[in-house]
Design a protein. Structure first.
Length: 555
């Protein structure tokens, strides 16, 4: 269905996901853990393949921030696959600080931020952890923003007896530039980074109390898209990098970018930066300042389909259609009721409100432009049809455009992907997040002229924010919020433990497999099972199976 990720009005897509939240900083101190007996092992001192690291303690968790999982991708290692980190002499003493974010444009000023020396991960583990399930979080941000650091607080997950790892990976041009002069000329360095982090987990997580044979990768938006990419990656399957996957709003643009098109775009970027000679372009690109590479990238990046590599030789959709994916996995996958409101809201916040119907139709036309070369969508008819669907709305243009974003980009794709996994006899569980009072993830919050509802990224706080932060941003009943959040944490961690989100205490509602034709509605005050038919009707998925097209006139 989807060939690319449209970016109307320079969409700063997931800046919501790249802001650190100061309230998430954890307090702690170094502790010997051994009292007066110097021979007692220090639980905060852990030996890794590169040397010992010394973490910090808070409550009942041990926290290890800013562990390097690869050599810094600088100099000759810029635009190259990640390499394992070098061995260290002595102990690496870690602090409350996270490692550098990977280079990105500051979402407030547009200035270059971050540092190329950014391939770090963080480990959160219970004090007495041993052979616990491992959850590896891959952050979102349109592959151009974000980090695995302070915005995400996995302590509530770790408190349920799992080990949680968060990580950074290369972004934008530095992470995904495809160019015929580069050794890895399909780009995808950011995906390579993620897999290198998973290799580090395989080699080291036992020392932190984790089970390397029970690893769940989970991510939202670009992070969820990354998870889907690894599900279809032959390299990830061959190396056995993970056993379970949680895909949160990651089913967009499943056809990804063909190598030829990606390289053409990369040559255009290089030429614009003065690196026009194919014989010297690689060296030229490596010599450029980071700020130049950031200025030359758009509001989002996308992995490249590279048939010459075992990393991503087929697009997500092609691999799913052909059955060329890791069908030994357990999968939990879903989407949010109002995904698209975030993108329409960000345009409004950026000074581009929808003033009238002409502007609305122009936005719909721009939305479908990236697809027209392969599928001639009748954008004007779609705009008319969706206005009819939201008749009576106080803000019909915003509501209709948001619904197009949601249905076409996220919801119907999520159902197709869930059905494909279920059809392959995989343990598959689909969710539908519907809390319309979901906490606004922009910091500070900003007002828009229409309700966001259960918008894109709205489910993240329920799993990866502390209670205090959620409550300060919630407009509904906070008791209901906490009730649903506790259930979601239980579902996520139970899935990581067994491949089945159903809890053993019987408190949360039973979650049926997608193969039964049901999904789990995640809404306050408590989750509940629902027929997938309700989801399909709400999101107009039958319409998108045969959408209006602009066909050539008959002769």
């Amino acid at each position: 269905m989807n060939a690319a990720f449209p970016r109307p009005n320079g969409l700063p897509l997931f800046k919501t996901l790249s802001l650190a939240v100061a309230a998430l900083s954890l307090t702690g101190c170094l502790s010997s853990g051994g009292g007066g007996d110097d021979t007692t092992p220090n639980p905060l001192a852990v030996s890794t393949t590169e040397g010992q690291v010394l973490g910090i303690k808070t409550d009942n968790l041990r926290i290890f921030r800013a562990i390097p999982y690869a050599k810094p991708p600088v100099g000759e290692r810029r635009f190259a696959p990640p390499e394992p980190p070098e061995a260290r002499n002595g102990t690496l003493t870690l602090s409350q600080d996270f490692g550098n974010s990977c280079p990105q444009s500051d979402i407030t000023t547009g200035a270059a931020a971050g540092d190329e020396d950014c391939l770090y991960l963080n480990v959160y583990t219970p004090t007495d952890a041993k052979d616990l399930p491992v959850m590896v979080w891959i952050h979102g941000g349109a592959f151009v923003f974000g980090n695995g650091g302070g915005e995400y607080d996995p302590t509530r997950l770790a408190a349920q007896d799992v080990v949680v790892v968060t990580l950074n990976y290369r972004l934008g041009n530095l992470g995904f530039l495809a160019h015929p002069s580069l050794v890895s000329n399909g780009g995808n360095f950011g995906l390579m980074d993620q897999q290198q982090a998973l290799r580090w987990v395989q080699q080291n997580i036992e020392a932190f109390g984790g089970d390397a044979d029970n690893v769940t990768i989970f991510g939202e938006s670009a992070g969820g898209h990354s998870v889907m990419s690894h599900i279809v990656s032959p390299r990830a399957e061959t190396e056995g990098l993970f056993q379970r996957a949680i895909v949160q709003s990651g089913s967009y643009a499943p056809f990804q970018v063909p190598k030829a098109a990606a390289q053409a775009g990369g040559v255009g970027v290089a030429n614009a930066l003065g690196c026009t000679d194919l014989d010297t372009a690689a060296d030229c690109l490596r010599a450029l300042p980071v700020s130049s590479l950031l200025a030359a990238q758009g509001s989002q990046s996308m992995p490249t389909v590279d048939p010459d590599s075992d990393l991503l030789p087929k697009s997500i959709m092609q691999a799913l259609n052909e059955g060329s994916f890791n069908d030994s996995l357990d999968v939990l996958i879903g989407s949010n009721q109002n995904e698209g409101t975030l993108f329409v809201a960000l345009d409004e916040v950026g000074g581009n409100p929808i003033d009238d119907e002409a502007e609305y139709r122009s936005r719909v036309d721009a939305f479908f432009q990236p697809y027209q070369a392969s599928v001639p969508y009748d954008a004007d008819q779609i705009a008319t049809d969706y206005l009819a669907r939201v008749a009576g709305s106080a803000k019909p243009f915003e509501a209709a455009l948001s619904a197009i974003w949601t249905d076409f980009m996220f919801a119907c794709n999520a159902y197709v992907h869930a059905s494909t996994f279920a059809g392959a006899s995989m343990n598959t569980f689909q969710y539908w997040f519907r809390d319309e009072d979901a906490p606004w993830t922009l910091v500070p919050p900003v007002a828009v002229s229409f309700p966001l509802g259960a918008t894109h990224a709205g489910e993240i706080p329920y799993v990866l924010y502390p209670d205090s932060v959620m409550q300060t941003r919630y407009s509904g009943d906070t008791a209901d919020l906490l009730s649903l959040s506790e259930e979601m944490v239980d579902y996520w961690t139970q899935f990581a433990k067994t491949g089945d989100p159903n809890t053993t205490d019987g408190v949360a509602a039973s979650w049926a497999q997608a193969a039964t034709g049901n999904l789990q509605v995640l809404d306050v005050p408590n989750a509940a099972s629902s027929s997938a038919l309700t989801f399909l009707g709400y999101h107009n998925c039958a319409y998108w199976q045969a959408p209006p097209l602009t066909l050539p006139a008959a002769r």
